[in-house]
Design a protein around this ligand. Structure first.
Ligand SMILES: Nc1ncnc2c1ncn2[C@@H]1O[C@H](COP(=O)(O)OP(=O)(O)OP(=O)(O)O)[C@@H](O)[C@H]1O
Ligand SMILES: [Mg+2]
Length: 278
């Protein structure tokens, strides 16, 4: 479990806190979405979860290890992987497989174990044929897959994805999203930051942040059901939820706890069928 207790953080000692008394827990195997306007502190918060930043006040612990305890930092970073928004910040190897082997190499694992982890991770992201490529020759989407493979090779318990689909085309985005779901099914907890609400309709829980605080949290249905509050924060809601909400505003008797286009289609079809029947 990751526990964030009363965490306050400032980049500039005399300035306003960027995180203001944040409390949250993340259980093993959970899938959590984090949303909020630009600059509200999402990246700053998740950097506390793998000891890239330390709280000025309060406490962060990962599976019982305090991130402020220097002797735990290495293990905390192994257990909590971070896929950065810009994959170029994460690529270190001359070839794709060297890059993926870098983390397990630092753990001083035996060579056959490293080889096995690299092969497994390459297979999980579908990059087996690119093992010998130079990372800088890959496309943006492929680079992101390499950084995910590098994290998987560390066998973490939790993976943070900070806007993992930015700059990707729809098929690149779908590929990353299905890998995230697959990883979660295999028991790794996911912390997924995004501005695209459709990406996290299947998350177990969503945390909404604003100005360094958690403003509300709940299941996707609970959070996206607060349409006015989300709009007041200038945040989107899933396209299908918005459609249902707009139809309701126009007086249609329609369910509004709809999250996907498929659900919206079925709801609208059943409305049309009952209209035809009457
Ligand atoms: N290294 C830094 N030094 C000083 N201020 C910073 C630093 N990094 C972030 N900030 C400031 O902290 C605040 C929160 O930034 P953060 O990157 O956590 O926001 P975010 O919610 O991830 O935003 P976005 O959606 O744009 O990625 C912003 O006001 C930002 O300018
Ligand atoms: Mg950010």
């Amino acid at each position: 479990m990751i526990k964030v207790e009363n965490v306050t953080f400032r980049y500039d000692r005399s300035g306003e806190p960027v995180l203001n008394r944040i409390n949250m827990t993340i259980d093993e195997g959970e899938y959590i979405g984090i949303v909020g306007p630009n600059g509200c502190g999402k990246t700053t918060l998740v950097q506390h979860l793998n000891a890239l930043l330390y709280p000025a006040d309060g406490r962060v612990s990962v599976d019982g290890m305090n991130t402020n305890d220097e002797s735990c930092v290495e293990e905390v970073r192994r257990r909590v992987g971070m896929v950065f928004q810009n994959p170029d910040n994460q690529i270190v190897g001359m070839t794709v497989e060297e890059d993926i082997a870098f983390g397990p190499g630092n753990l001083e694992l035996p060579s056959p174990e490293i080889r096995q982890r690299v092969d497994e991770s390459l297979a999980r992201v579908g990059l087996k044929n690119h093992a010998k490529r130079q990372p800088h020759t890959l496309s943006g989407g492929e680079k992101r897959l390499v950084s995910i493979a590098g994290i998987l090779a560390m066998k973490p318990g939790y993976i943070i994805f900070d806007e993992p689909t930015s700059y990707l085309d729809p098929s690149g985005r779908d590929r990353i999203l299905s890998i995230i779901k697959e990883i979660n099914k295999q028991g790794i907890a996911i912390i997924h930051i995004t501005h695209n609400m459709d990406e996290i309709v299947s998350a177990g829980r969503i945390i909404v942040m604003n100005e360094g605080r958690i403003v509300f949290t709940g299941s996707p249905k609970e959070v996206f059901g607060k349409v006015e509050q989300m709009k007041a924060l200038k945040l989107d809601i899933p396209v299908a939820t918005d459609l249902a909400w707009r139809l309701k505003q126009r007086g249609e008797d329609i369910r509004t706890d709809i999250l996907t286009i498929d659900e919206a289609c079925l709801e609208i079809l059943s409305r049309l069928q009952s209209l035809h029947a009457s």
